[in-house]
Ligand binder design. Structure first.
Ligand code: PEP
Ligand code: MN
Length: 359
């Protein structure tokens, strides 16, 4: 299996963070070329994106203009000198995009979720020098996302990166797709050299919250952003409420605070060093308390075993939860946080008691 090659050079024109922008869908030649020219004029965009074939939840909505749009995109590339990126969902899309000189191919969330489709695309790309970006699968399955990267590497496609676009969820929420930041963070941990782009447009589903999600992505060390833009978002044929005009894209980008990940020289008693030392001491105390907590749970397990008492007494658990949640809230912790912590402790405690009972 090949190893991941850095693609920051492939994606970046000059900007850091890398900015990929363009319409959700190519709709008409005029809409695509005008939008792309406006984006190029900002000098803030590295790669132009456009959806040519649109995977839609239900039939009947706009499903893309198809290969015709690739000619317009090729024209936009010629006029602006910028690289282009297109979503491919099957082998036919791959051949068509490559024939029209698309620089970067991305796999959408509904494609990464399907190992057969990913494998077919990877096989079609064997021996082709192209950059591939894998969006996360629609469900929060890190292994599936990782599997997509591995399928590419195995067929020799080593210029791969990922796009985090959030995860599907049921019910109403502030996000169109829940970001679940811990998943891309864990992916980066497993592949430190991986280029990671965040797609705030599909996470937010609305323009109003793009700024804060884009900022958060940069603070979490993402290499770039993919943000949908349209010369006239209100009348866009897909994702109208989340697209921004090129002018608004510039406003958004100018407002971003670019923070460094370089720390002040170590050793000197900088404020950060001192705070980190305190955190280390507190973490060690936490571990100590947790260990004592589990030793006590074990003793309770032995008592219950000796006396033929069942492990779970819901009343007792409710009582712990209520008392501790009240106390925690008084001390400035959120209910949600303390419930998560206590639930995890409770599960571990039950598992240990179960081991004691049954061995
Ligand atoms: C898109 O980028 O327009 C798109 C369809 O995205 P996703 O695969 O993230 O839904
Ligand atoms: Mn879209």
């Amino acid at each position: 299996m090949k190893t991941i090659k850095s693609i920051n050079k492939e994606l970046s024109n000059s900007n850091s963070p890398i900015i990929i922008s363009g319409p959700c869908s190519a709709e008409t030649e005029e809409q695509l070329i005008t939008t792309c020219k406006q984006l190029a004029a900002t000098k803030k965009v590295d790669v132009l994106r456009a959806g040519i074939w649109k995977p839609r939840t239900k039939p009947g909505s706009f499903e893309g203009v198809g290969a015709e749009g690739l000619k317009w995109l090729a024209e936009a590339k010629k006029e602006t000198g910028l690289k282009t990126a297109v979503e491919v969902a099957n082998v036919k899309h791959v051949y068509s995009a490559l024939k029209h000189n698309v620089d970067i191919l991305w796999l959408g969330a509904r494609t990464t979720v399907n190992p057969f489709a990913v494998q077919e695309i990877a096989d079609a790309l064997a021996g082709v020098d192209v950059t591939v970006l894998l969006k996360n699968p629609i469900n929060p399955d890190l292994a599936l996302w990782e599997g997509g990267i591995e399928r590419m590497l195995k067929t020799g496609v080593d210029k791969v990166g990922v796009i985090h676009r959030g995860f599907s969820k049921y019910g109403v929420s502030n996000f169109r797709n829940a970001p679940q930041w811990q998943i891309p963070i864990e992916l980066k941990h497993r592949f430190p050299e991986l280029t990671m782009i965040c797609d705030p447009s599909h996470i937010c589903g609305k323009r109003e919250t793009l700024q804060e999600v884009a900022q958060k992505a940069l603070d979490l060390n993402f290499d770039g952003l993919m943000i949908e833009s349209h010369m006239n978002p209100e009348v866009a044929l897909s994702d109208a409420s989340q697209q921004v005009t090129p002018a608004d894209l510039v406003k958004l980008l100018n407002k971003l605070v670019l923070r460094t990940n370089k720390l002040p020289a170590k050793g000197a008693n900088t404020e950060l060093d001192l705070l980190r030392q305190s955190i280390n001491v507190l973490d060690s105390e936490l571990i100590d308390v947790l260990s004592k907590r589990m030793e006590t749970s074990d003793k309770i397990g032995s008592y219950k075993k000796a006396n033929g008492v069942k492990i779970l007494q819901t009343n007792r658990w409710d009582e712990i939860l209520t008392t501790s949640t009240n106390e925690a809230q008084e001390k400035g912790l959120t209910k949600e946080f303390i419930e998560r912590v206590l639930t995890n402790i409770h599960i571990e405690s039950i598992n240990r008691q179960n081991d004691i009972m049954n061995t």
